[in-house]
Ligand binder design. Structure first.
Ligand SMILES: [Ca+2]
Ligand SMILES: [Ca+2]
Length: 234
């Protein structure tokens, strides 16, 4: 199938904040006096003042076809995880279940009509404070097209809403380049979130794609957008 057959849906959007919010007011530190040795000089990129504490999430066992117990993450922390997508593809003829066990409308899969025909792998997180969630991922099948959206889970651990771009209302992380994809979006503490990684092109259920992902929680600063995301990843 071509990309055009796969239409994006918009469901129960909790937040519609831009990952690319204007950076016009940045950097604010230029207008502040330096008070200690760690202070940024005006010509340093803002990321230089932030140190991320990275931890590697052990490889996910089993099929990982559903969101699982959330990994806690706080501002200044990063999670590195990896796995393998066994098969990619999309069939417009599939009819996914759109009601969660709790009776809410499921936001997965994030497009309609149809469903993924290959593997879906999940990373589940629980931000312990407000921040900007920074995502960067890729696979070793560089020509593939991937979805890596961010969902909010309901009490039954099922994805019932998806974060969208404010302008287009298209979910973030949809139809991204498999070689390397990234987004950043403000999140708040409380709801359990999950990223569902799946490939829809090429349509090949025998394909094995090794994936990696970096998730980090940067401070949310008005106007900073994604500029506080880590410059270097794992
Ligand atoms: Ca899976
Ligand atoms: Ca897998």
């Amino acid at each position: 199938m071509g990309f055009a057959q796969k239409k994006y849906i918009q469901l129960l959007v909790p937040l519609a904040l831009s990952a690319a919010q204007g950076c016009a007011e940045w950097p604010r530190h230029q207008h502040k006096p330096s008070i200690n040795a760690d202070a940024l000089s005006p010509d340093q990129p803002p990321q230089d003042g932030l140190k991320f504490d990275w931890s590697e999430h052990e490889s996910i066992e089993g099929d990982n076809d559903q969101p699982s117990d959330p990994l806690p993450i706080q501002v200044g922390e990063g999670i590195f995880a990896s796995g393998s997508l066994s098969g990619m593809g999309w069939s417009p003829d599939e009819t996914p279940d759109r009601i969660s066990s709790c009776g809410e409308t499921r936001a997965f899969p994030p497009a309609a009509p149809g469903d993924y025909t290959g593997d879906v792998d999940w990373i589940t997180i629980s931000p312990s404070e407000n921040g900007t969630l920074c995502m960067k991922m890729g696979t070793d099948i560089e020509t593939a097209r991937i979805d890596a959206p961010l969902y909010v889970l309901d009490d039954c651990n099922e994805p019932t809403s998806v974060f969208v771009h404010p302008d287009s209302e298209t979910p973030i992380g949809l139809n991204v380049a498999s070689a390397e994809a990234q987004w950043a979006i403000p999140v708040s503490s409380g709801p359990v979130l999950a990223i569902g990684i799946a490939g829809f092109f090429p349509d090949d259920v025998s394909l094995d794609a090794e994936w990696w992902i970096n998730l980090s929680l940067a401070p949310s600063v008005d106007g900073a957008g994604a500029s506080l995301c880590p410059e270097e990843y794992r």
